[in-house]
Design a protein around this ligand. Structure first.
Ligand SMILES: Cc1cc2nc3c(=O)[nH]c(=O)nc-3n(C[C@H](O)[C@H](O)[C@H](O)COP(=O)(O)OP(=O)(O)OC[C@H]3O[C@@H](n4cnc5c(N)ncnc54)[C@H](O)[C@@H]3O)c2cc1C
Length: 460
């Protein structure tokens, strides 16, 4: 229980409207987008300014209160599941784009800015912020940085970390720390901004974020390659990468996902196809034409039954709408959906897809597989029912097997969804005990009372 004295102190700092303690309010922040048991916090606070944010963190530290900072709560690894009776700190009221600098091509934003709003604001000024997680209409920039979010354009444009130039963050004591710069190059001191990326709220709380912007591509072309065999599709992915063409997007959908999306979205997808590749190339118009022609040729050589090239913006949008609908479409089929993101070197995609099919058979669980094939980052999505103990046990075993296969292929537990609490128990399999011990020592030095999102990533 958080004492009345401390609650009053939060109200003094944040005002009555910045502090929530009713059970109905607390329930809203007991869970996130991961399939994990909700945990009720003791208090939810909503600072509206940097001063309030720093003071709220200092108050948590003074009283040894665990604090889980939360953007939109869309993470898929339990990163915003709070400690029981702890504090949830919302950043939604700190949602201003502070500067878009066209000359030096950067933006400075508060933590709660919604990703798509930033992308639209910079596009209106003729610039481009490429990271585009599927959740971009609700996810926040701070959540993206704290998870190192990726998206459909990762193959060519990289992920969130590639755009973080600098950060102001509050440490566990409520001190404001500045790191990075507005310059293209900066090697002054440790790369603390790099340390903050993917730190999932465990090392500091972002206050302002400086992001790199780039010029938008002048042209683009999208196509859908249709396959009668999964092998042919996955081998095409490896062949495109090996040909040294870098599409901005190279996505895979298996037959189960194709049928489910079509049933839901009526996007005109070929339901008999065993697999689809959705591909977009962008850049200078001449380069786009050349790359698109080469990709088409490779896709045919590797057995595409047919290829549909989008003839206009509407057709292009239709292709991407179909891809973006995949998760929602699959979610309609069963009460529980476990979306994984184990990632492998790109040449190992065919092996990973085969492995997923075997797991689906072994545990008798439907798995829809789609995702960022060009990044080696597939999203095998297990459809199950958490209320059915036997099905849930099989699901846990299946997830374990997925991680084992990805690691055996030289891959990683998470390409973009983070570790949180969902995967912290598996960390040792990938990084080993020494890396976990090192990380724990660092965390203890930075946050001696372990108030910042305790238990996430490295356990306790
Ligand atoms: C439908 C759907 C599609 C998705 N698609 C993608 C995708 O394509 N690619 C991808 O990478 N992810 C995807 N995700 C996962 C998720 O949206 C991303 O991880 C996103 O970055 C989370 O942003 P958020 O604002 O919701 O953060 P939250 O979920 O609120 O928080 C995520 C983490 O960030 C920390 N955090 C939040 N704010 C701060 C702050 N100010 N300072 C320090 N730490 C902070 C939290 O403590 C937590 O650990 C998807 C999720 C859904 C539900």
């Amino acid at each position: 229980m958080i004492s009345k004295h401390v609650v009053d102190e939060f109200k003094r700092i944040l005002g009555d409207s910045g502090v929530m303690q009713k059970e109905a309010d607390l329930l809203n922040y007991a869970y996130d987008a991961a399939v994990l048991t909700p945990v009720l916090p003791g208090l939810v606070v909503r600072p509206g300014s940097s001063e309030e944010l720093g003071a709220a963190i200092a108050l948590c530290n003074d009283n040894g209160l665990p604090v889980t900072v939360r953007g939109a709560g869309t993470n898929l690894s339990g990163g915003t599941i709070p400690e029981k009776d702890g504090v949830v700190l919302l950043t939604g009221a700190m949602n201003k784009i502070l500067e878009i600098n066209e000359e030096d091509m950067y933006a400075i934003v508060q933590p709660g800015v919604v990703t798509a709003k930033l992308a639209a604001a910079v596009a209106a000024k003729g610039l481009f912020y490429p990271p585009d997680p599927g959740s971009q209409n609700v996810s926040t920039i701070a959540g993206n940085v704290a998870e190192n979010a990726g998206g459909l354009r990762g193959l060519k444009y990289g992920v969130t970390k590639d755009y973080v130039m600098g950060l102001d963050f509050f440490d566990a004591f409520g001190n404001l720390v500045s790191t990075g710069s507005k310059t293209v190059k900066c090697v002054t001191g440790y790369n603390l901004a790099g340390l903050m990326v993917a730190s999932e709220g465990t090392l500091g709380v972002f206050n302002e974020i400086t992001l790199k912007l780039v010029p938008p591509p002048k042209a683009s072309k999208a196509m859908m390659a249709i396959y009668d065999s999964v092998e042919a599709a996955t081998e095409t992915v490896a062949a495109i990468i090996a040909s040294k063409i870098v599409p901005c997007t190279l996505e895979f959908l298996d037959n189960f996902t194709i049928r489910t999306v079509e049933d839901f979205a009526k996007a005109g997808l070929p339901v008999d196809a065993k697999a689809l590749l959705l591909i977009e190339v962008d850049g200078h118009p001449a380069e786009v034409e050349e790359d698109a022609a080469r990709v088409e040729k490779i896709a045919k050589e590797f057995g595409a039954a047919s290829i549909q090239v989008a003839q206009n913006e509407a057709e292009k949008n239709k292709i991407w709408e179909a891809r973006r609908t995949a998760l929602s479409a699959l979610a309609r089929l069963e009460p529980t959906l476990v979306l994984e993101d184990a990632t492998v070197p790109r040449s190992k995609i065919p092996h990973m897809v085969k492995g997923i099919e075997k797991i689906s058979e072994k545990y008798n669980l439907p798995i829809g597989t789609f995702g960022h094939a060009g990044d080696g980052n597939l999203h095998p999505t297990i459809l199950t029912d958490k209320r059915d103990a036997a099905a849930w046990h099989r699901t846990e075993e299946a997830v374990n097997d997925l991680f084992d296969i990805a690691l055996a292929l030289g891959g990683t537990l998470s390409g973009e969804h983070g570790i949180g609490i969902a995967k912290s128990g598996f960390m040792v399999k990938e990084v080993g005990q020494a890396a976990i011990d090192y990380s724990r020592r660092m965390k203890r030095a930075i946050d001696p009372k372990s108030i910042l999102n305790p238990g996430k990533i490295i356990g306790r």
